[in-house]
Write a new protein. Structure first.
Length: 232
């Protein structure tokens, strides 16, 4: 077990540089997995969510860092820090447009690299913490455990579908969502599911979150269309 419990995927083909970076990261308490070529790097795509940061060189054997970044960003939000001898403004802009979170040109100072690593990981953890919580009035919904708490006290446990529906409403806060839209987004082509299903979910939400079920504050019915979520 590492000192800080954080894990970094280091993709750098220059072995001597890779060893130096890995050593310094380990001294800071990180677990480091090193990769020396692009094709091997892509084998980690499905496991990307287990890493807290990717440090990625641009010029790699077989598959470039540009292509790896594009692939990684399609499957996970793990922050990516480019390190590259290609240090022009155009190269940096290209890296950031591909979804990289930072870009450090070679040669660089190790202290600066370590500082950027800490900043990126800290920022990502804060953002992830916010994304994993949903507040509805005085209720806190944990999107990981599906628990609903009020003033720290456990009030209810939700299903995965409950949470998905709440996230859909939160994403579209203030917009009127038709029953058909909700069905398409969450159930797709499951034929046994009807629009009545949505009504039952809303009724359950009102019983849990509303002070007055007949005069809802959060989950509003739009006659003949669907529902609108307001969280203020």
């Amino acid at each position: 077990m590492t000192e800080n419990g954080l894990k970094i995927l280091l993709i750098e083909d220059e072995e001597s540089l890779s060893n130096v970076i890995a050593l310094n990261l380990k001294l800071e308490g990180f677990e480091v997995i090193t990769v020396l070529n692009g094709r091997e790097a892509l084998s980690y795509t499905e496991r990307l969510g287990t890493f807290d940061l990717v440090i990625l060189d641009v010029m790699l054997p077989e598959i470039s860092g540009w292509d790896i970044c594009s692939t990684f960003k399609r499957v996970a939000s793990t922050p990516i820090l480019f390190i590259s001898a290609k240090g022009s403004s155009l190269d940096k802009i290209k890296g950031l447009k591909l979804g990289a979170d930072d870009y450090l040109a070679k040669p660089f100072d190790l202290e600066e690299l370590l500082l950027r690593v800490q900043i990126l990981i800290s920022r990502n953890r804060k953002e992830s913490s916010v994304e994993n919580k949903l507040q509805i009035g005085s209720f806190d919904v944990d999107l990981n455990t599906y628990e609903v708490k009020q003033e720290g006290k456990l009030i209810a446990s939700l299903t995965k579908r409950d949470v998905q529906l709440l996230q859909l409403f939160k994403k579209n806060e203030g917009k009127v969502l038709s029953r058909d839209f909700i069905l398409d987004e969450l159930w797709g082509r499951e034929l046994e599911i009807t629009t009545r299903t949505i009504d039952n979910y809303i009724l359950s939400f009102r019983k849990l979150f509303e002070k007055d079920v007949k005069n809802p504050h959060y989950f509003h019915s739009i006659r003949g269309v669907g529902y609108k979520f307001l969280n203020n």
